[in-house]
Design a protein around this ligand. Structure first.
Ligand code: NAI
Length: 768
């Protein structure tokens, strides 16, 4: 795909265009002409909004330049330049038909045309179109926001060209980073079909059982593996006014005997809320609202009276029920009753879709996990309850038992057989879960093997072809002495028996950095020797990795902060997921990078072809980045900032990260030699004075706190080489010693300790 066209520059079209641009492909974004004097105004306005969107829609400044605005009156002919046209105009069939008719006249045959419709069946969309058009047509249903939601549902019609569908699917997967799920041409496809049922069932149950919204969200959120917003919190987020719309669209397209029809009723309170402008977070408030007059108090609505009152502490959930779904649905009182009232019907509904909406359970589980951020898919949830128990409970209540549950006959939907993960097919047989080519998951390797090495906070896995993966396993993948010990042990093992090492894991984030909880414990008992050992041990382990006789590739994703960033900086190469938020954030907690981050960042700044010559520019650049605790908003942005090198790789699809990192590591094996240690020429005292002046400027403008100035001073000491003189050279060893010395001064300061404590208790920086 060399060029894309997106028609309709609204919420979805604009977001899809941005994601295609993030993939590095030029995009023509068209909308209607609203102002004859400024014919591209609608699409151009959308691009401007994209640039300011929060969370960001573009991954880099370069991506933003790839979207070009146009209009459908003057520019429709230009679709002939494009390989894929995505229609994302309003959900009105007559408007879509009129557009397709015009498109048919101007497109070149073989150009893929897809609709982003959420409700209109494919066979209705292609009514009146030629066979050739139908061959090139499919539905590509993105989720909002298109950059961040990984799910893409693809629906192909009986006439769609399989080769063209494969081409679109492959591009969406590799270049745009989407996990493609194939759905049948049935109303709502997969995620919204199950999701709408789930939300309706959960809302009904709260009204019927008299459960408060606070309790409903506490029970129906985290314990079920649903995002902690729960149900009402989620509806507030997406907009309460969407509910009647989704309901109308599904009830009008689903057959009369579909179980959704029986539960799809409006609640007068909700209709009144919408009419009064209480449409959720975008409106005056929703099931929850922040009462500013009362001093930013979070309030919740009373479902029986419609009155708001201060949100109450929700019902306490027995600890067993917080982790065990079986315990949750059988818990006494409101907890068990509500949990079952939501899960029983919803999971049964999802199970009933096998055959009709999807041929297999994998597609539905993936759709709910990626489209609704469920931790477990419906069939994984049934497994957690136990198929036999689940069926028994449905039967006891006189509910219909879906065919797939009868087929399962008490057996689980997923199992591991001889190290291979399998799922239960509609044919009653187990089938291996086959990952697409180029997808390698540590989860599969872990199910099939034992770690080569293991400590309390890390493990080492053989991922095949002579490559090992170093996995962090602590809470939030925090780094501590146990990780460092494992690195020290791993190096001789890899050197002797393997070819390369990748640093990778499948947690929610790559790593939150050093374990601050442990650090504060040592600080509180003034165990300075322990703190110093942790810092020095980390420096030693990271440098051992850097100079190991084999290639090391770090594969970050999500947050890679502090020490999590430094392990990437000490690797030979980085293969980052596009959604990597990497940064040296130590200054935020009153510290400086202590595991080699200071030197490594300067090395990168000096390498940059754009960097002015002389000793000061890399120092100033690293100082700016570290002192402001800058965190990249994407991997592409990390290259702009200088955390990543231009040569580091970016993988768009999260599922492809490990395979890409492994391939990268293997490509470096032949003729590998560890890097030569850098030698720094640092500006010494005069450079430090310049940095201090800059900080004073920040202080004067109120951008830095008094203690920021102290921390920045220590950082400046390290980066300028301490007592160095421009004529001296500073070795990496010397710089590490300086880093350690200044780190230890800061860590003993009560203001640093206050920052660390504050971060641990609130998750936010203290601006002292
Ligand atoms: P929107 O209302 O935000 O944007 C629609 C855009 O289409 C507007 O900019 C409008 O000016 C433009 N437009 C209308 N008629 C046009 C025409 N004839 N030619 C060119 N442009 C035209 O709508 P939204 O939410 O972006 O939805 C677009 C499509 O995506 C719909 O089919 C919707 O069902 C689907 N969808 C929406 C999702 C959402 O969360 N909003 C999620 C997934 C799919």
């Amino acid at each position: 795909m060399k060029k894309l066209c997106v028609i309709g520059a609204g919420t979805m079209g604009a977001g899809i265009a941005a994601q295609a641009a993030n993939a590095g492909v030029p995009v023509l974004l068209l909308d209607i002409v609203r102002d004859p004097a400024d014919r591209n105004a609608v699409a151009a306005g959308a691009i401007e909004r994209l640039k300011k969107a929060e969370p960001a829609a573009f991954m880099s400044k370069a991506a933003a330049k790839l979207v070009e605005a146009g209009n459908i009156e003057d520019d429709l002919g230009r679709v002939a330049e494009c390989d894929w046209v995505i229609e994302a105009i309003v959900e009105k069939i007559e408007l879509k038909h009129a557009l397709y008719e015009k498109l048919e006249a101007v497109r070149k045959p073989g150009t893929a045309i897809s609709s982003n419709t959420s409700t209109i069946p494919l066979d209705r969309l292609i009514e009146g179109r030629s066979e050739a058009f139908a061959r090139d047509f499919l539905i590509t249903h993105f989720f909002n926001p298109p950059r961040y939601m990984r799910l893409l549902e693809i629906v192909a019609g009986p006439k769609s060209d399989p080769e063209l569908v494969a081409r679109v699917s492959d591009f969406a997967d590799r270049a745009m980073g989407k996990s493609v799920v194939r759905a049948k041409d049935t109303p709502g496809f997969l995620a919204n079909r199950v999701g709408t049922y789930w939300l309706q069932a959960a809302i009904n149950a709260a009204f019927d059982l008299g459960v408060s919204v606070e309790d409903a969200d506490a029970i129906g959120g985290k314990p079920m593996g649903v995002p902690k917003t729960g149900i009402f919190g989620l509806v507030d987020l997406v907009g309460i006014d969407l509910m009647p719309y989704l309901k109308a669209s599904l009830t009008s397209t689903l057959p009369a005997d579909d179980p959704y029809q029986a539960i799809a009723h409006d609640h007068p309170l909700i209709l009144k809320m919408i009419a009064d402008g209480y449409t959720g977070r975008k409106g005056k408030g929703g099931f929850y609202r922040i009462n500013k007059e009362a001093g930013k108090v979070k309030e919740a609505i009373n479902l029986s009276t419609g009155d708001y009152a201060k949100a109450k502490k929700p019902v306490s959930i027995p600890s067993a029920a917080q982790k065990d779904l079986r315990a949750l649905i059988s818990a006494p009182g409101v907890v068990g009753a509500y949990a079952w009232a939501v899960l029983g019907p919803t999971l049964a509904y999802a199970a009933g879709l096998i055959g009709e909406a999807s041929d297999d359970i994998l597609a539905i589980d993936t759709a709910m996990k990626l489209g609704y951020n469920w931790k477990y898919g419906p069939f994984e949830l049934i497994d957690r309850i136990g198929v036999a128990d689940f069926v028994a409970r449905l039967q006891a209540e006189g509910r219909e038992v879906p065919a797939i549950l009868t087929t399962a006959n008490g057996r689980p939907f997923y199992r591991v057989e001889e190290g291979v993960r399998q799922y239960l097919g509609a044919d009653g047989e187990y089938h291996a879960i086959v990952r697409p080519e180029g997808v390698l998951l540590l989860e599969d390797i872990k199910a099939a093997s034992k770690p080569l090495l293991k400590s309390a906070s890390a493990a080492l896995w053989d991922i095949g072809d002579g490559v090992v993966a170093l996995e962090f396993t602590g809470k939030m993948n925090a780094l501590d002495g146990e990780v460092m010990k494992l690195i020290e042990k791993a190096i001789p093992l890899v050197a002797e028996q393997y070819k390369a090492l990748v640093v990778y894991n499948e947690g929610s984030n790559f790593s939150a950095g050093a374990n601050l909880g442990l650090a504060i414990f040592a600080i509180n008992i003034a165990a300075w020797g322990e703190v110093e050992k942790l810092v020095a041990g980390g420096q030693k382990a990271y440098k051992a990795l850097k100079y190991a006789p084999f290639p090391v590739v770090s594969a970050p994703f999500g947050m890679a902060l502090g020490g999590g960033c430094e392990i990437c900086l000490n690797a030979d190469a980085v293969q980052a997921h596009a959604e990597t938020y990497i940064g040296l954030v130590e200054c935020g907690v009153g510290l400086i990078p202590g595991w080699g981050g200071c030197g490594e960042l300067m090395v990168r700044a000096a390498e940059s072809p754009k960097a002015p010559k002389g000793p000061m520019p890399p120092v100033a650049k690293a100082f700016e980045t570290i002192s402001t605790a800058t965190v990249a908003k994407s991997a592409a942005n990390a290259k702009e900032i200088g955390y990543l090198r231009p040569s580091d790789g970016i993988t768009m699809n999260r599922d492809r990260l490990l395979a890409d990192a492994k391939a990268r590591a293997l490509s470096m094996v032949e003729g590998y030699a560890p890097p030569a240690p850098p030698v720094f020429r640092l500006p010494g005292a005069s450079g430090k004075t310049a940095l201090e002046l800059a900080v004073k400027g920040f202080r004067a403008r109120g951008l830095a706190t008094p203690y920021d100035e102290v921390v920045a001073d220590k950082l400046a000491t390290v980066l300028t080489g301490g007592d160095a003189d421009v004529v001296d050279t500073v070795t990496e060893e010397q710089l590490l010693a300086l880093e350690l010395r200044e780190f230890m001064t800061l860590v003993r300061d009560s203001r640093t300790q206050a920052r660390v404590e504050h971060m641990l208790t609130t998750g936010k920086p203290l601006r002292n």
